[in-house]
Structure formats: C-alpha cells, structure tokens
Design a protein around this ligand. Structure first.
Ligand SMILES: Nc1ncnc2c1ncn2[C@@H]1O[C@H](COP(=O)(O)OP(=O)(O)OP(=O)(O)O)[C@@H](O)[C@H]1O
Ligand SMILES: [Mg+2]
Length: 338
C-alpha cells in the first residue's frame, strides 16, 4: 500500500501531463521573437478569446539545458514564471507541454519594445526615463530574489518597455533556486557580457551575480556600451582575461552623471562579489533617493496599481475556471514515454 502511495502514485502523476495542440488552440498572428531557446508568437487564444504571447521552447535545447542540472530537480521555466506576480514582471498565465512534447508558456502580451532599443538609440525616452527604468528593473529583481530565485540571464535583451513606459522583466529560462546545490560552482549559463566574474571563473555564486548583471545593464543605459569593452563573440575564457582588468569608470564616459548614481553602479560591477552590493535592494534605495533628488517634479506615467490588479483578477478568473475543468478535458492525454 505504502509503495503504491509513495512511489507509484507520484510517478503516474508525473507522467500524466496535459498536452495542448497549440495549432488548434491558438491563432498565430505574428512572431514576436526568436530567442536562442524558443519562438515567441503573438496569438489569439481561442479558449479565452484573449490576445496572448505564446512561448514555445525548443525541445532539444531545453533538454540539453536540463541535462546540465541533472539530479537537482530544477524547476521548469513555466513553473518559475507562473508563480511570479509583480507589476514589473511579465505575467505568465499557463504553462504545459505541446502535443510535440515542447514546453510552452502563455503570457500576457506586452505591447512594447526591448530595452536594448532605447539603450542603443540613447533617445529622449532613455534620457528622460533612465532612473525610472533602473528603479523598476531593480524592483522586479528585488521581488524575484525575495521569492528565492537567481535569474542568471538579466540583461536589456530580457527586459521589455511597455507602452506606458513601464518595465517588464521577461525570460526565466535560466533561473535557478537560490539554494546550496545551485550555488555550487559549475554551470556557466547566461550571456557572456553580463556574466559576473565568479560565474565565469567557476567559483561559488549567489544572487550577487544578478546584482552584477543589473549594474552592467544600468551602465549601458547611461553609456550605450559595456563596462569592459569586450567583444561578445569571444569565448568565456577569453572574456575573463578582460574582466580581470578594472572596468571603465562611468564618470569618464558621462562626466555630468550624478556622483551617487555613478558610485552605486560602479560598486555593482565590482569584480569581487565581496566588494559588490550584497543585494539589489541596496542599489535600489540609492537610485530611488537619486530620483527624488534629481527629478522631484517629474510625473511619470506609472501603471495604476489598482488597474493592474483588476486586470490580474480577470486573468485569474478565466484561467482558474478553465483549469478546474481541465482534469477530464479532452485535451488531457497520457504522457507517453518515448
Ligand atoms: N510576453 C511577451 N510579450 C511580448 N513580447 C514578448 C513576450 N515574451 C517574449 N517576447 C519577445 O520574444 C523575445 C524572446 O523571448 P525570450 O527572451 O523569453 O526567449 P528566449 O528564447 O529565452 O531568449 P534568449 O535569446 O534571451 O535566450 C523577446 O526578446 C521579446 O521580444
Ligand atoms: Mg531572452
């Protein structure tokens, strides 16, 4: 009896996964992105009638990534993303497997641009919203760390700016729990130019690797370039040669930058994690103070929290109802071992 309860039942639960035929369920309108691991489409979801963003992960690449964490029971991107509720993190509504055994995520559709665009253009949007973007990105990351995760791939490419000029963190494909087995040296997944030196050097890591990536992103928001002028096509071992040298001081590139903001960013990109800020909250506190000091009159168009909560409730309702029915729904199939 115990054997059935403890081993067989969980095994059956694990292999019995709902699979969705995405071509039947979604009307693909246009491709939003071709990431390194996935395809993202703007779709109409026939089930809810909503416009959503559908991310379908490349099966082979995902399996290769999962193999790197074998035995550690790393949660999937969908499992991580579904639990996140923050105004500056994209809302994930559902995740599962397609009938082709690919993982998929259904997200709110963000009508906006990647943060890489204003970084590259250094246009008025960037000049007038820099501190706001930095604060909101920090708020999303602070919440994320409080939930017990390490992002491992924070960079402007994985940040969207929506039509209200509000920041939304996306892409939780490389996330790991902030627990000892995942902090142990080894895996060097991420984006080379934003990777903390201790990660590249295969030393133990913690949430300070995200503090580093966040500070590099802030550096870029001011300067359009990286603190180490490193060719991103170099191998990681070549990159490490460069980052052993001190980074360019942001004050040399932006002479009129506020001193407190400059020193906050520079401390965030300290090569030695013990000389870096211990948490994103410490940076955030300084950026918020700078915002009050430098932009006391500015009136940003913030997302109305009540409105956001209402929109959230709507999602909740539709998808919970749908999930309640899902148990014996026709598109629930047995997961067949290959
Ligand atoms: N919810 C969304 N709404 C609108 N566009 C989105 C959304 N999610 C993702 N995108 C678009 O799709 C692109 C790829 O998404 P994402 O970064 O999640 O994929 P990835 O394969 O994990 O990427 P990477 O190349 O960083 O590994 C994004 O850069 C963005 O342009
Ligand atoms: Mg991405």
């Amino acid at each position: 009896m115990l054997l059935i309860k403890k081993i067989i039942v969980p095994f059956i639960k694990k292999v019995r996964l709902k699979k969705v035929n995405i071509d039947d369920r979604f009307i693909k309108e246009r491709q939003l992105g071709q990431g390194s691991m996935s395809e993202v489409w703007r779709c109409k979801d026939k089930l809810s009638g909503r416009i959503v963003a559908l991310k379908v992960l490349d099966r082979e690449k995902t399996e290769r990534l999962e193999a790197r964490f074998e035995g550690l029971n790393r949660p999937t991107e969908g499992e991580v993303a579904l639990k996140l509720r923050h105004p500056h993190i994209v809302r994930t509504l559902e995740h599962g497997f397609t009938t082709n055994y690919e993982q998929y995520l259904v997200m709110e559709y963000i009508n906006g641009v990647s943060l890489t665009l204003p970084v590259a253009l250094q246009n008025e949007l960037m000049q007038t919203h820099r501190l706001k973007f930095m604060v909101e990105m920090g708020e999303g990351l602070e919440y994320f760390h409080k939930q017990g995760w390490i992002h491992r791939d924070l960079c402007p490419r994985n940040v969207l700016v929506d039509k209200h000029n509000s920041i939304k963190l996306i892409d939780f494909g490389l996330v790991v729990p902030n627990t000892p087995p995942f902090r142990a040296p080894g895996n060097r997944t991420g984006t080379a130019s934003y990777m903390a030196p201790e990660l590249i050097k295969r030393m133990p890591t913690d949430q300070r690797i995200d503090v580093y990536s966040y500070a590099v992103s802030c550096f870029e928001m001011y300067t359009k370039r990286l603190p180490h002028d490193v060719d991103p096509t170099l191998t990681l071992d070549m990159v490490v040669q460069h980052i052993n040298r001190p980074p360019t001081d942001i004050r040399e590139l932006v002479p009129d930058i506020d001193d407190e903001v400059a020193s906050t960013i520079m401390k965030g990109i300290a090569a030695n994690p013990d000389e870096r800020w211990g948490s994103v909250s410490a940076m955030l506190q300084r950026f918020r103070a700078a915002q009050e000091r430098l932009e006391p009159e500015s009136e940003y168009e913030y997302v109305d929290d009540d409105e956001a909560a209402e929109a959230d409730d709507e999602y909740e309702y539709e998808y919970e109802e749908e999930e309640a029915e899902a148990d014996d729904d026709e598109w629930e199939y047995e997961y067949e071992d290959e």
